[in-house]
Design a protein. Structure first.
Length: 340
């Protein structure tokens, strides 16, 4: 590895990491490991919750467009959104950045996005690993992985035991494709003959690459506030597998999610993908989030108050269905050409 480049990167990112510091962090960058004091963070009887993820082939878009400053936000989002659905507050984050040849400016841009994602979340960027691996990666290529740890008080984990028929499903709007399904996205764009630097067919004023690189939305702070207010019973992060694959993961046996496909406006990117790729509605729902990045389960009596609190926090929230006796996910009002 180019030791001088590695040292230069560490110096460049120290201020970024320092800006994400929070209560509980002990020490700074440069040690062999990072320390965190749970008691100093305000926890009495905590359960640790951990998550690791990447951003898949969305990285290829960043590499091909030369735009590296948003995939770090995606990386944080994919980890911390998985923590908050379990009722956990994300505490700290580490990253793994591997490349064929370390290009300090590229890596700095990526890590600036990671720091921004941590700032939005409220967690600390406490360290990571930078690896230069010639022969493993091409010179311009790199890979990313993220690792996050959160905590919840022992009696405050999600989902709650009383999730059941009659509860209401609230959907939080996604910012676009987020970080799943990009192998299909790239295949559709290539088949449609739309280059990444060409005008975007569905977002005037942007290139296709710029529009597709819109970062994954981070839902942590509004959801933690709703949880602390006692209104959140369960939540599902809508990633690979879509609504049908992720909602059942937080439902007890004998409970079915009934979803109204007409309850929210589907962003134009999904209509373009469905039409350009001739993707059928069932497959769209299985591969993509289709405009809903997070589904929350609340008691019917709390639905209006929860929607108002989420909207005041800046979320677009839709009453998108309810729970009933049954199993799996039932999607009503799904047209044959949805979402076109």
């Amino acid at each position: 590895m180019d030791i001088d480049a590695g040292d230069a990167l560490v110096e460049a990112i120290k201020p970024m990491a320092k800006a994400t510091s929070r209560s509980g962090v002990m020490g700074g960058l440069g040690g062999f490991g990072a320390l965190f004091d749970l008691r100093a963070a305000g926890f009495q009887d905590p359960v640790l919750v951990s998550s690791t993820d990447g951003v898949g082939t969305k990285l290829k878009l960043a590499i091909d467009t030369g735009k590296h400053d948003t995939v770090g936000i995606d990386l944080v989002a994919m980890c911390v959104n998985d923590l908050v659905v379990q009722g956990a507050e994300p505490l700290f984050f580490l990253d793994y950045f591997a490349s064929g040849k370390l290009r300090v400016e590229h890596a700095k841009a990526v890590i600036s996005g990671i720091a921004e994602g941590c700032r939005i979340t409220g967690c600390a960027l406490v360290g990571g690993e930078t690896a230069e691996m010639p022969g493993m990666y091409a010179a311009e290529d790199y890979d990313l992985a993220g690792f996050s740890v959160g905590a919840a008080e022992r009696g405050n984990l999600l989902p709650h035991a009383d999730v059941g028929p009659g509860d209401v499903l609230l959907g939080l709007a996604s910012s676009g494709v987020h970080s799943n399904g990009f192998s299909l996205v790239r295949r559709i764009a290539a088949a449609a003959g739309v280059a990444l630097d060409a005008p975007c067919p569905y977002a005037p004023g942007q290139t296709l690459g710029e529009a597709l690189l819109t970062p994954t939305r981070i839902y942590v702070q509004p959801m933690l506030a709703l949880h602390k207010a006692g209104m959140l019973k369960a939540a599902a992060h809508i990633t690979g597998g879509g609504l049908p694959g992720n909602l059942p993961r937080v439902l007890p046996e004998g409970v079915e999610a009934v979803v109204d496909a007409g309850a929210w406006p589907v962003p134009p990117v999904f209509a373009w993908l469905a039409k350009a790729g001739n993707v059928q509605p069932d497959e769209m729902l299985r591969v993509f989030n289709c405009g809903i990045g997070m589904v929350l389960v609340v008691a019917a009596a709390h639905a209006e108050a929860a929607m108002a609190q989420l909207a005041a926090a800046g979320e677009q929230v839709f009453r998108m269905g309810h729970l009933a006796a049954g199993s799996g996910v039932r999607v009503d009002n799904l047209p044959a050409t949805w979402p076109r």
